[in-house]
Write a protein that binds this ligand. Structure first.
Ligand code: BGC
Length: 486
């Protein structure tokens, strides 16, 4: 392996950081894991059209087929931490990739809706494992000064994967080739296996398992410029590790504030409707009067998929400059207003007679307003709640409860995603499209008030300063924050 291949500017003033060719490989692993995650989330939007044609599925079954990926992900995310500690980060990512391949093949060959649901669960389990193991692998492989960038590659990968899935849906929609749409995700999953096989596990994981020689070899590959310094950094950070707190401590009064903040942010990210729109985009556009499948899938690909990718890049560029609170609050204003407009568009659509042949409303001004409203909604989400919620969740927990705190918040996130995707269609049947979007808008307002009142700005504060803030709030002078000036 050659030494320095290229450099990137570092986030601070300490000059450029060398990036070895080996690290590009790690970057490719993270990106592919993110793309897979996004693909498996987004693909169902287009696949549902063909599935509903092949089998006469009820609304409830459509919801199950759509949402059980999130149920599998909930379980996968809960076991992933322990799995990644036991068998290693690399092996855990490999397990996720194998689950993706197996799930994709089960889905593609499903002889009945029940088998399809099993495939969705398996894929979901892979999504959950990948959602924990891949960022962990990225964070531990990257040199400190490019860590943020590595983790945001993952975020970018997810939105790009959703976009890619919509594009594949669009290309295959004319022939109702839903099996191929779902099966195609086996390709990036195989690519992930091929990418991760020649790479090693993280030096940090090897060291915690007492495998020093492997750790040295891994550091030589990812820090060819100065492996001795690299090794010293990792050993020092392990020496500073605090033992993981018990579950009792995680839920103790002292850490109630960060726990409530983490869970609150995770839940608000979902109950404001994002995955109802990601998963059911084509159905929403059909209801808005986009009659042909080609029109629906085109609107989904570009208005939802592409806008999501571009706006996420904006957030990644500005989150450290503008701060978390302004982005979150501004995003919620955009989301709330656009959802209100979408609600009004659907209400006036209800007054337009359906086309007697296609049984859908005809595209009208209201349909266009719904389209523009959804674009504004997706853009507002993608520069705010999408990435920023994950940034804040990963920085508000004190060190000793961070692992468990993040997994509790992640589990609440998947749980709420499941609730929304499981009941969205039934809700629109029961109270109508307009009222459903207004309900999401009202929840944006609640989220706005809650964040404005309770979520502190964390930009520019060290993790120790954030921890010291909670201790002060809980009025616990006995607790000494490691590394803090207090
Ligand atoms: C959310 C996902 C969502 C995605 C959309 C993520 O931050 O956690 O549930 O599907 O954004 O881009």
């Amino acid at each position: 392996m050659s030494t320095t291949d290229t450099t990137v500017a570092s986030a601070d003033d300490r000059g450029p950081v060398p990036i070895s060719r080996w690290l590009w490989l790690v970057g490719a692993v993270i990106l592919t894991a993110g793309v897979l995650f996004g693909y498996d989330q987004g693909v169902i939007a287009g696949a549902l059209i063909g599935i509903e044609k092949e089998w006469d599925v009820s609304t409830r079954l459509t919801e199950v087929i759509t949402s059980w990926v999130t149920l599998g992900a909930l379980v996968g995310a809960l076991v992933a931490g322990t799995l990644a500690d036991r068998i290693g980060r690399r092996a855990a990512v490999t397990v996720a990739a194998v689950l993706f391949v197996a799930g994709a093949l089960i889905e593609a060959a499903a002889p009945s809706p029940a088998v399809l649901v099993v495939g969705r669960l398996v894929v979901g389990f892979g999504v959950g494992v990948a959602s924990v193991a891949a960022p962990l692998y990225a964070a531990e492989m990257a040199p400190t000064r490019v860590r943020g960038r590595f983790v945001s590659w993952y975020q970018f990968g997810i939105t790009f994967g959703i976009f890619l899935a919509y594009l594949v849906d669009q290309l295959l929609s004319s022939g109702d080739r839903w099996r191929l749409m779902l099966g195609v995700s086996a390709v990036p999953a195989l690519l992930l296996v091929l990418l991760i096989l020649p790479s090693s596990d993280t030096p940090r994981w090897y060291l915690t398992k007492g495998r020093r020689e492997d750790a040295v070899r891994a550091v030589e590959r990812i820090r060819p410029d100065d492996p001795t310094a690299g090794m010293a950094e990792i050993e020092a950070s392990i020496a500073e590790d605090v033992p993981q707190a018990s579950w009792g401590q995680v839920f103790s009064r002292r850490w109630r504030t960060p726990l409530l903040l983490g869970v609150g942010l995770a839940v608000f990210q979902q109950v404001t409707g994002i995955n109802a729109i990601i998963y059911y985009a084509n159905k929403i556009f059909a209801a808005a009067g986009f009659e042909s499948v080609a029109d629906q899938t085109a609107a989904t690909t570009w208005a939802i998929g592409a806008v999501n990718v571009v706006a996420t890049l904006i957030a990644v560029a500005f989150v450290d400059r503008l701060g978390r609170r302004p982005l979150l609050l501004a995003g919620l204003v955009g989301m709330g207003l656009s959802l209100t407009a979408v609600g009004f568009a659907f209400r006036s659509l209800a007054d337009i007679p359906e086309d007697p042949v296609t049984q859908t409303a005809r595209v009208s001004n209201s349909g266009v307003i719904a389209l523009v409203g959804l674009v504004v909604y997706i853009a507002s989400f993608a520069f705010s709640l999408g990435p920023v919620v994950w940034t804040v969740i990963n920085e508000i927990f004190p060190r000793d409860i961070r692992g468990r705190g993040v997994s509790v918040a992640t589990a609440f996130n998947w749980g709420s995603a499941w609730l929304v995707s499981q009941f969205f269609l039934s809700l629109t049947d029961a109270i109508g499209q307009a009222a459903t979007f207004w309900l999401f808008a009202a929840l944006c307002l609640v989220a706005f008030v809650w964040i404005w009142r309770f979520v502190p700005e964390t930009r520019g504060r060290s993790l120790e300063e954030i921890e010291a803030m909670w201790v002060e709030r809980a009025g616990d002078p006995q607790h000494v924050v490691p590394g803090s000036a207090r």
